[in-house]
Write a protein that binds this ligand. Sequence first.
Ligand code: SAH
Ligand code: SF4
Length: 344
Amino acid sequence: MKSDRKIPFLAGLSRRGLREWMSSEGQPGYRGEQVADWIFGRGVIQPEQMTNLPASLRLLLQARFHAPGSSVAEVSSSEDGTEKLLIELFDGESVEMVLIPSEERLTFCLSTQVGCPVQCRFCASGRDGLVRNLSAGEIIEEFLLGSERAGRRPDNLVFMGIGEGLLNYNELVKALVLLSSPDEFGMSPRRITVSTSGYVPGILKFAELEREFNLAISLHAPDDATRSKLIPPPFCYPVAEIMATADRYRELAGRMVTLEYTLLKGVNDSIPTARKLAALARSHHAKVNLIPYNATDTEFQRPERRVIEAFARTVEEEGAHVTVRVERGAESTAACGQLRRQEG
Ligand code: SAH
Ligand code: SF4
C-alpha cells in the first residue's frame, strides 16, 4: 500500500472527474466512462480487475492513485448478524464501519474522521482528539468495502461512526454527492443520515445545500447547564441556537430533524427533563431518538431499564415522536461505543 499523502483516491473521483483525468492523460473520454462503470456500477476500484482496459492504462491508474487505499483488517460478527469492520487506512491509521442488517433493510454506519476533535465526555471516539480527517475517497472506500462484505449495496447509510462529519465538511459533502448522484452511486438522499454533535456553523452550511439528506443532532440535554457538562467548549453550542438552526435545516432541506439523546444515569434521565425535551421537540417539529449509554471507560452509566422506559413513555405522552435504539451484538464491543441501530 502506498503511504504518500499526496496520492489521490480513485474512489474520490466523479464520473466527470474520471473523464477529465483520462483526457489529461491523452486517453479517449470513453476510458473514463469505462472506469466509472466499474466503480459506480460494480463497486470495483482495483484497476487490475478492470479487464476492458489496456494493461498499460491499468498500470498507470495503479501508479497514480490509491485504488484502494484501505483494507479490512478485522471483522467482528455477532449472532444477530451485525458485523463491525476495522478498516486500515493507507497510513496505518484505522476507523470502523458497521453493517447492520434487519429483516427489512441493510444499514451501514460510516466514520468520517480518525478520532474526533469534539471530545464529548461520554464518547470513546474523541478520547484522544482528532488524528486526521478522512478524504471523500476514503469514505467511499468504507462504503465499497461494506458492500463487498455484504454482497450488496446498503438500503440506508448513517454517518454515526467515528468523528464529527460536519467538521470535515468538504470531504463529507463530496462523498455525499458521489453517493447520492444518479451519475455515480445513485442512492436517495432520504436514505442517508448525517449525525452531528450540534456544530451550528456546519449545520447552517449543510442546510444551504438544500438537499434532502436526513440530519440527526446529538442534543443530549434540553438545557445548557446539563449540555455543557457533556460537550466541552468550543463545540458546545447553546440549545436555543441549535434548535433555531434545526428549524433552518427543516425549512431548507425539507426534512424533519432527529434529536439524538444519549441517556446517562442521573445526568439527563429525569422525568422533568423528559418533559422539557418533549416540549422542545414538539415546538420544533423534531423526532427524538434515545440512545441508552453504551458503557466505555468513562465515569458515566446507563440508566436502568425501567428508567429508560419511563423516560421514553414521558416523551411520548408529552406528544413527541420517540424511538429507543436497541443494542446489537457487535456494537456493544465497538470501540466508538455509539454504533447502534435505530428501532421503532
Ligand atoms: N459525531 C457525531 C456522530 C457520531 S456519534 C455525533 O456526535 O452526533 C453518533 C451518536 O452516538 C451520537 O449521538 C453520540 O452522542 C452517540 N454516542 C457516542 N458515544 C456513545 C456511548 N458510549 N453510548 C451511547 N451513545 C453514544
Ligand atoms: Fe465526536 Fe460524536 Fe463522539 Fe462527540 S459523540 S466525541 S462528536 S464522535
